[in-house]
Design a protein around this ligand. Structure first.
Ligand SMILES: Cc1cc2nc3c(=O)[nH]c(=O)nc-3n(C[C@H](O)[C@H](O)[C@H](O)COP(=O)(O)OP(=O)(O)OC[C@H]3O[C@@H](n4cnc5c(N)ncnc54)[C@H](O)[C@@H]3O)c2cc1C
Length: 511
């Protein structure tokens, strides 16, 4: 592989970085609503889809229902509301096709540095492109009036795996769900899955049943999680679609699900004891007689302090009931030749160990962001309406919810972004930067206590104590915040080169 610097410079009004569900959604909204703006989507990988293309472990599926995880402009047509990754990826490919986004998409274009100049109100992006045939990389420059960063929230190249002592002693195979080997054959083998998050809850039934099933799957957790069975198919949604047609049926289901979820989360957070008792009762109904629910399904935190895990149609409980899978609550002391020695002294035998131990949180792919010659530490920035960052002009980020469907927030942000750009155009502004009042108190943006959230907190921007600096974490709250008046005293607008620039003036050009 060789690296070569090219002189070609292209210029766009808006550059979207990332072609996951956020970037594809943003490209659709912007190309429809801001047709005069020149637009491009830069994607580092060979494929669109982000999360839904990267993860290949057995059973990989959504936790959210696709009526809220899907876009408001494109009904979800499959029967199952909880969807397998390949169906989500297909949905995204359809979105690209139906909205003519192919012409905007640049795959294998990784932004490695973003530099803002106030003198010409422009972002200069250093982009590394890769030739798929030769693997040769080149570097090019793309300039933009705006960056819409839809880069997700975790490292793609490396999942999180704690340092387990004795790892090298283990004679079987160790696999991380983020790097699943295509040819992994676990049929008839003893599998231990370390972890108790959504990935582990998905993997257990997927590996313990069906063709090529493991001999036995053990989920080894240090700390229990709340797990709830929910129907994979939303019968009410199917009826609504039958009665109202595809578009209206989808819209009403979406409305129903947004408000049902909001009520459930609020209820669980307000009455955690009752919530805990309800979940316990449901778990007992689904588990074998005598199962120690209070040991294995009794987290030390309240419901929804971390995301609740979902078992579609109770699949996770079924394999436990059938004896194909079991749960062990203990800590790893070390890996051994034959498996894992636990803190209790017991040894779990394994042929395959899956470290479902999580993600490494990272924003904007960790790229340097430079404003007028100074490198910005995004951990020092404050989030404005959950999508702009103090001290970083013309930069929006697509970060969704942690406790409800991610995309719900992204659609609100896209609408606000469109209104903001129109507002600026109408007044001849070309720069906007949020400025927080001096002395604004800062706290973490994470509203959940999951391991990855705690580990990554120090890398993330902060939030303030009140609107517009507080990060709303529910759709109804955000709908108010993001649909309100576009401008306020916290946004500082500028008119650099705008007077001499028409909308769409930043057409692709070559130097
Ligand atoms: C296994 C798993 C299951 C999940 N299930 C759900 C769920 O059910 N419901 C829910 O709400 N959330 C879920 N999430 C969270 C999920 O990641 C988001 O909901 C959503 O998929 C994020 O989409 P995104 O487009 O913002 O980011 P991503 O899917 O992470 O996509 C980001 C894209 O940006 C690209 N990119 C990054 N940096 C650069 C760069 N420098 N240059 C160019 N391109 C770049 C990446 O290659 C990637 O394609 C899940 C997460 C995981 C890991």
């Amino acid at each position: 592989m060789t690296a070569e610097v090219l002189d070609a410079v292209e210029e766009f009004d808006v550059v979207i970085i990332g072609a996951g569900i956020s970037g594809i959604g943003a490209a659709t909204y912007f190309s429809r609503e801001l047709p005069d703006k020149s637009l491009v989507v830069l994607e580092a990988r060979d494929n669109i889809g982000g999360t839904w293309d990267l993860f290949r472990y057995p059973g990989i599926r959504s936790d959210s229902d696709l009526h809220t995880f899907g876009y408001e402009f494109k009904p979800w047509r499959h029967e199952a509301a909880i969807a397998d990754a390949h169906l989500i990826k297909e949905y995204l490919e359809e979105t690209v096709g139906e909205n003519g986004l192919e012409r905007l998409l640049r795959l294998r274009h990784r932004v490695v540095r973003s530099e803002w100049s106030s003198a010409d109100s422009t972002w200069t992006l250093t982009v590394q492109t890769t030739n798929p045939a030769s693997g040769e990389t080149r570097t090019k420059t793309i300039r933009a009036g705006w960056v819409f960063a839809a880069t997700g929230y975790y490292r793609y190249d490396e999942g999180f795996s704690p340092e387990f002592p004795g790892r090298d002693d283990f004679e079987g195979q160790i696999v991380h769900p983020q790097h699943w080997p295509e040819d992994l054959d676990y049929s008839g083998k003893k599998v231990v899955i370390i972890g108790s998050g959504a990935t582990a809850i998905t993997l257990v039934p997927a590996m313990a049943s069906g063709a090529g099933a493991a001999r036995h799957v053990t989920m080894l957790q240090r700390t229990p999680t709340y797990v709830m069975a929910l129907p994979r198919v939303d019968r009410v949604a199917l009826t609504l679609t039958k009665l109202l047609g595809e578009k209206r049926g989808y819209a009403v289901t979406r409305f129903k699900n947004i408000w049902t979820e909001h009520a459930v989360v609020k209820g669980l957070r307000t009455f955690p004891k009752a919530g805990r008792a309800l979940i316990r009762r449901e778990n007992i109904k689904r588990l074998p007689k005598g199962f120690d629910v209070d040991k294995h399904f009794n987290p030390p935190y309240d419901p929804w302090d971390q995301r609740l895990c979902l078992a579609p149609d109770g699949d996770f409980f079924d394999v436990i009931k059938e004896g194909k899978a079991s749960v062990v609550t203990d800590a790893v002391a070390r890996f051994s030749k034959r498996g894992i020695v636990l803190a209790s002294g017991e040894e779990l035998e394994a042929d395959v160990i899956v470290t479902a131990t999580g993600l490494n949180l990272r924003l904007f792919d960790g790229m340097p962001i430079v404003v007028d010659g100074h490198r910005v530490d995004i951990a020092d920035a404050l989030c404005y309406r959950g999508m702009l960052l103090s001290g970083i002009p013309n930069w929006a980020m697509a970060i969704g919810y942690t406790t409800s469907s991610w995309t719900l927030k992204v659609s609100l942000m896209c609408r606000y972004f469109i209104d903001l750009v129109r507002h600026m155009d109408a007044r001849g502004h070309d720069t906007v930067v949020p400025v927080a009042p001096s002395g604004t108190k800062r706290r973490s943006v994470m509203d959940i206590k999951a391991g990855y959230a705690k580990r990554g907190e120090k890398l993330l921007p902060k939030q303030g104590p009140e609107k517009p600096w507080r990060m709303a974490m529910s759709y109804p709250e955000d709908a108010k915040a993001l649909r309100g008046p576009v401008a306020d005293e916290h946004l500082k607008f500028g008119t650099g080169r705008a007077a001499s620039r028409r909308p769409g003036a930043r057409r692709a050009t070559h130097a």
